[in-house]
Design a protein around this ligand. Structure first.
Ligand SMILES: Nc1ncnc2c1ncn2[C@@H]1O[C@H](COP(=O)(O)OP(=O)(O)OP(=O)(O)O)[C@@H](O)[C@H]1O
Ligand code: SF4
Ligand SMILES: [Mg+2]
Length: 311
C-alpha cells in the first residue's frame, strides 16, 4: 500500500484554545513528494511531528485526523503507536545530534530499531545495518557503524539518521529541514540522496523547508504555509510558473530574482487578524480581506488557493 491522508489537522496550545496549525488537509500516494514551505514559525514542524502523533510540550491535537493506509493515527490506542512509528512513518530532523543518542554507536541504534520491527538473527541484523548504511551512501559501512554520532562529520551523521529512519521500512518519510545545518555542497548531496531513496523505495516524502530552491527539484507538489494554514497548494511546476496567492508570488519572485525577503514581520500567532491573515503584508490587499477570512478554494482540480481574488 502507501497512502497518506491528512484531514483538517488542527493543533495548538494545551491549556488555552490557540490554534497554531489550522485545518491542514492533503493526501499523497506511494512515490509522491510534498514540499511544505513557509517562513519560520508558520507551523511546519508541528505539522510534521503530529503526523507521528508526537507533540512538543504544551501542544495538543484539537481536531482532524491522519490516516496511513486507512489506519487513523488518532484513533488507535497509544500502546499500538509503536507499530506505526518507524514502521509506517518515520522522521528525520535538522540536527541529527538531537535525534541520535550520543552514548550508543550508530550500529547499536539502528539495531534497536530493527529489533522493534523485525525478528532477525543477530547476524542478519548486522548485515541489515551495513546494507542500510551503504544505501544512504556511507562508504566502509562496517567501520562507520562502530562510530558514536560525534565521531562522524555532519554530512555522515545526517546520512546515518536517514538510515535509522529507513530501518523500519517506512512508507512515509518526513524530512524536517534535513539540510539546514549543512554547507551547500552537502545540502545538494542529501537532496540527491532523498530523491534516489524516494524513487527506489517508492516513499511518500514530506519535505519541510523554508527554502524554495531546495524543494523545486524534489517535490511533485508544494504546500505554502502562512501563519499555520495552507494558503496555496499546487504541482511544483505550476506553483513556480503561476503562483496565485500574493504571499506565494512574493516567495517565487524572491526565489527567481535571488533577493532577500525584507517586508514586515510575520503575523503574530497570538493575535491573528479576523480577516485574511496576510492582509497587513499583502502588496495588493483587498477589501474583503480586511474583514473576512478566505477559505481554501479550488482554482482548478489540482490547484488550491486561499485568497478573495479567486473567489
Ligand atoms: N512547545 C510549544 N509551545 C508553545 N508554542 C509553540 C511550541 N512549539 C511551537 N510553538 C509555536 O508554534 C508555531 C509553529 O511552530 P513550528 O515549530 O511548527 O514552526 P516552523 O514552521 O517549523 O518554524 P521554523 O522554520 O523556525 O522551524 C510557532 O509560532 C511557535 O512559536
Ligand atoms: S485575500 Fe486579499 S488581503 Fe488576503 S492575500 Fe488575497 S488579496 Fe491579499
Ligand atoms: Mg521547524
Amino acid at each position: 500500500m502507501g497512502f497518506l491522508e491528512v484531514k483538517d489537522l488542527t493543533l495548538g496550545l494545551k491549556n488555552t484554545y490557540l490554534p497554531l496549525v489550522e485545518g491542514v488537509s492533503f493526501s499523497l500516494k506511494k512515490g509522491q513528494t510534498l514540499g511544505i514551505v513557509g517562513e519560520s514559525g508558520c507551523g511546519k514542524s508541528l505539522t510534521g511531528l503530529s503526523l507521528l502523533r508526537l507533540f512538543p510540550p504544551g501542544i495538543t491535537h484539537y481536531r482532524g485526523n491522519v490516516f496511513i493506509d486507512g489506519i487513523s493515527l488518532f484513533e488507535i490506542p497509544e500502546r499500538e503507536l509503536f507499530k506505526i512509528r518507524g514502521k509506517k512513518i518515520a522522521i528525520i530532523l535538522q540536527d541529527p545530534l538531537t535525534a541520535l543518542n550520543p552514548v550508543f554507536t550508530i550500529e547499536e541504534q539502528i539495531e534497536e530499531v530493527l529489533k522493534v520491527h523485525f525478528s532477525l538473527s543477530k547476524k542478519e541484523r548486522k548485515e541489515r545495518v551495513y546494507q542500510l548504511l551503504s544505501e544512504v551512501g556511507i562508504s566502509e559501512p562496517k567501520l562507520r557503524a562502530k562510530c558514536y554520532p560525534h565521531e562522524l562529520s555532519g554530512g555522515l551523521r545526517q546520512r546515518a539518521m536517514i538510515a535509522m529512519a529507513l530501518a523500519g521500512n517506512p512508507e512515509v518519510l518526513i524530512a524536517d529541514e534535513p539540510t539546514t545545518a549543512l554547507d551547500p555542497t552537502l545540502q545538494v548531496q542529501i537532496i540527491e540522496l532523498l530523491k534516489t531513496l524516494k524513487e527506489e523505495r517508492g516513499l511518500i516524502l514530506l519535505f519541510i523547508t523554508h527554502d524554495l530552491t531546495l524543494v523545486k527539484h524534489l517535490a511533485d507538489r508544494i504546500a505554502v504555509f502562512y501563519a499555520g494554514e495552507i494558503v496555496e497548494i499546487a504541482p511544483a511546476e505550476v506553483l513556480f510558473e503561476n503562483p496565485l496567492h500574493p504571499y506565494t508570488q512574493t516567495l517565487v519572485s524572491v526565489f527567481k530574482n535571488d533577493e532577500f525577503l525584507t517586508k514586515a514581520m510575520p503575523v503574530s500567532m497570538l493575535e491573528k487578524p479576523k480577516g485574511c491573515w496576510y492582509w497587513e503584508r499583502c502588496l495588493t490587499p483587498c477589501k474583503e480581506g480586511k474583514e473576512k477570512h478566505p477559505e481554501l478554494i479550488n482554482f482548478d482540480s489540482f490547484h488550491q488557493v486561499r485568497c478573495w481574488n479567486y473567489v
